[in-house]
Design a protein around this ligand. Structure first.
Ligand code: SAM
Length: 201
C-alpha cells in the first residue's frame, strides 16, 4: 500500500504498521520529524504543511490517515475559556476542509481516515465512527476496538516512556505534548487492518 500519514507527530498511529508499506509522513516541526525518522527510517518524511500537501497529493495514495491538530475543537479549550485560562479561538476549519475534500474527490479505491477529538460543539459533519472519545470520518468499515493499553494521560511527563516511545534525548520542545498526542499504536494498527479488510484476530 502507498500510505500518506499526515500530521505524523512521533508516529503513535504508525508504530505497528510494519515495513511492507511505502509510507510518506508529513510533519511541520523539524525536531518532531527528526524523531519520527529515527524510529521509522524507511518512511519518507516531508517537513511541510500537511493541509497543503493533502490538497496537492490526495490522488497518489491507497490509504490516507490525517490527524489535524485538535486544540481548537477540544472541550479543554471551551472549559479553559470559561475559566479565564485561555482566550477564545475560531475552531480550525481545515479539519472539515480535509473531510469534504476526501469524501468528494479522493479516488474510489483510496481509503481514508480523518481523526480528531470529540468537539465541544455539534460536529459540522457527523463522524462515521466514534471510538474512545475520538471521532473518525472515513470511507471504509471500522469495527469496534477495545483499548487494552489504558494509559493515564495526566501522568505522562516529557521523560516518560509511552507505548515504547521515549523522546527525552530528542530536540522536541514540548515532549510531554508529543507523547500525549499519540494515537494508541494498537488502534492505529486496527484501523489499517480494517482498511486492508483483514479480520481482527
Ligand atoms: C495530534 S499530533 C499527531 C499524532 C500522531 N498521529 C500520533 O499518533 O503520534 C499532530 C501533529 O501535527 C503537527 N502539525 C500541526 N499542524 C501541522 C501542519 N499544518 N502541517 C504539518 N504538521 C502539523 C504537530 O506538530 C503534531 O506533531
Amino acid at each position: 500500500m502507498k500510505i500518506l500519514n499526515l500530521y505524523a507527530g512521533i508516529g503513535g498511529n504508525r508504530k505497528l504498521w510494519g515495513d511492507n508499506h511505502e509510507i510518506v509522513a508529513v510533519e511541520y516541526d523539524q525536531a518532531t520529524a527528526d524523531e519520527y525518522s529515527r524510529v521509522f527510517p524507511k518512511d519518507k518524511i516531508i517537513v511541510t504543511d500537511a493541509h497543503e500537501y493533502l490538497l496537492r497529493n490526495y490522488m497518489k495514495f491507497d490509504f490516507i490517515w490525517s490527524s489535524p491538530p485538535c486544540p481548537t475543537h477540544s472541550d479543554i479549550r471551551r472549559c479553559g475559556v470559561h475559566a479565564g485560562q485561555y482566550e477564545a479561538l475560531y475552531p480550525e476549519m481545515s479539519l472539515y476542509q480535509e473531510i469534504i475534500l476526501l469524501m468528494n474527490f479522493s479516488p474510489k479505491e483510496t481509503k481514508f481516515i480523518v481523526e480528531n477529538v470529540k468537539p465541544y460543539y455539534e460536529p459540522l459533519i457527523q463522524p462515521t465512527y466514534k471510538l474512545h472519545r475520538h471521532f473518525y470520518w472515513s470511507n471504509f468499515k471500522l469495527t469496534s476496538f477495545e483499548v487494552v493499553n489504558n494509559r493515564k494521560h495526566d501522568k505522562i511527563q516529557g521523560n516518560s516512556t509511552v507505548y515504547g516511545f521515549n523522546i527525552k534525548d530528542s530536540k522536541i520542545k514540548d515532549k510531554r505534548k508529543a507523547l500525549r498526542n499519540m494515537v494508541d499504536p494498537d488502534l492505529g494498527k486496527h484501523i489499517l487492518d480494517c482498511a486492508l479488510n483483514k479480520p481482527p484476530k
